[in-house]
Design a protein around this ligand. Sequence first.
Ligand code: DC
Length: 224
Amino acid sequence: MNDTPVITIDGPAGSGKGTISQRVADHLGWHILDSGALYRLVGLAAQRKQIDLDNEDAVAEIAKDLDVVFKANDEDEVVVLLEGNDVSLAIRSEEAGAAASQVAAKPSVREALLERQHRFQKDPGLVADGRDMGTIVFPHALVKIFLTASAEIRAERRFNQLKQQGISANLRGLIRDIEKRDARDTNRKDAPLVPAADAITIDTGKLSIDEVVNSVLAAVKKHI
Ligand code: DC
């Protein structure tokens, strides 16, 4: 078994996983796995190839053969290349998120991505961000964190993010989308969005980013 340490950070859309995982990984100098990006890439690749997202076998083939590269640019931001094309922005759209949630409900798609996710476990350590990192992908992780926040707060964060990017959005609509995505991610049979039995749950609703990062690092310090 690979004994490189792993910290898993799971939680629903907009709970702050991405930001917190990045900050914790930067602080420790560890690698990062953004597993949601993999599901987004599968959704996007299937749509670009005009494959029906409900065609499980065809989508699983895409997941198996996904030609993807994650690399840092000069500003140290992660650039995602799908078949050589920069899709860093395209995979962040609401549409790609919805497609990701749809393909992620298919067991053979999840199975096809499992080994690829395990390959991110490299020294000196890995911070893995997703929905099932602590339950399925890295069940022996050193520390498991589950982040939560109400749908309203998560939608508001998304609303402000979009506003900053000059994109207009409707808050009610965002709340509805988030609730729909939560329901699909939580109620699916395979690897549903639930905290691992040994996860530490942190409600990020009333906490600053620094406060959440510090709680995670405090939990990690007890183990390393
Ligand atoms: O974290 P995110 O919003 O980028 O994830 C996009 C979708 O991918 C999300 O709705 C559910 C799915 N997902 C998953 O099923 N398992 C993961 N480990 C990560 C994401």
